[in-house]
Design a protein around this ligand. Structure first.
Ligand code: NAD
Length: 257
């Protein structure tokens, strides 16, 4: 079955990996719903550009993924959701005994709980349509840990667990649920970590990228948003119909170490 004409909702897709996945799905003929918590002209312009470039229907719907009711409203406003990509995510780095509670709560809400709400709202639509794909953007940190990333690692391990449960609950239906686990991808989320890491280790930008960020990525290259888009598109294909409840690493060998 072709994905052409299906509708995908991609949370947190006005930048980085989410935008890359939206663009790749749109190039394959999938109508896309972009999202973030902001509601700017630039946000809507992104959807317009994708529609013009690919000929699909592209919309931008504002919804804050830290709020359960807004997560569910996003899916309701989309009206249709054949492909759900739970991608919205934030990061904060601090030792556990200094980790601000509000940062912990925000990371768990945006990186984990939002996927529960959007999936709960989207599953009935997928069942009605007789086909569905849930793609959760976890991380190499959904399979391994790093110090000072307690909330992020907990949320990403949590979303891998949630993915397995979703897969079991839909196993007999033409619906799959999988998690993509990227290693480092040079997006705004990662860019934002560079200045602090430079200060912490007294290193220059290139040294931080090579010796700190890509230290655990044996390929010594960032994964790209296009590669993640391609992986998401593969999970929507017929070839992936029996792939469910699992993780696909796009991490240059990180989790092989
Ligand atoms: P990014 O900062 O470019 O994108 C994050 C997106 O989430 C943005 O569109 C942002 O607007 C959105 N967002 C943040 N808070 C939100 C909220 N409350 N409501 C709605 N949207 C919200 O970062 P990215 O690197 O593209 O990250 C995307 C996902 O990929 C995240 O879940 C992240 O954990 C995961 N990831 C990233 C990397 C990496 O190296 N960049 C590696 C592994 C996993």
């Amino acid at each position: 079955m072709s994905v052409k004409g299906k509708t995908a909702v991609i949370t947190g897709s006005n930048s980085g990996i989410g935008l890359g996945i939206a663009e790749e799905l749109a190039r394959a003929g999938v109508n896309v719903v972009l999202n973030s918590f902001t509601d700017s002209e630039e946000d809507h312009a992104l959807a317009k550009r994708i529609a013009q470039e690919t000929g699909v229907e592209a919309r931008y719907i504002q919804a804050d993924m830290s709020k359960g009711d807004q997560c569910r409203a996003l899916i309701e406003k989309a009206g249709r959701c054949d492909i759900l990509v739970n991608n919205a995510g934030i990061q904060h780095v601090a030792p556990i005994d200094e980790f601000p509670t509000e940062k912990w709560d925000a990371i768990i809400a945006i990186n984990l709980t939002s996927a529960f709400h959007t999936t709960a709202a989207a599953l009935p639509m997928m069942r009605k349509a007789g086909w569905g794909r849930v793609i959760n953007i976890a991380s190499a940190h959904g399979l391994t840990a790093s110090p000072y990333k307690s909330a992020y690692v907990a949320a990403k391990h949590g979303i891998v667990g949630l993915t397995k449960v979703m897969a079991l609950e839909t196993a007999k239906e033409p619906i799959t649920a999988n998690a993509i686990c990227p290693g480092y991808v040079l997006t705004p989320l990662v860019e934002a970590q560079i200045p602090d890491t430079m200060k912490k280790y007294d290193m220059g930008r290139e040294e931080v990228i090579e010796k700190v960020m890509l230290e655990r990525q044996p390929s010594k290259e960032f994964a790209t948003t296009e590669q993640l888009g391609g992986t998401a598109l593969f999970l929507c294909s017929d070839a992936a119909a029996q792939i469910t409840g699992t993780t696909i690493s796009v991490d240059g060998g990180w989790t092989a170490l």
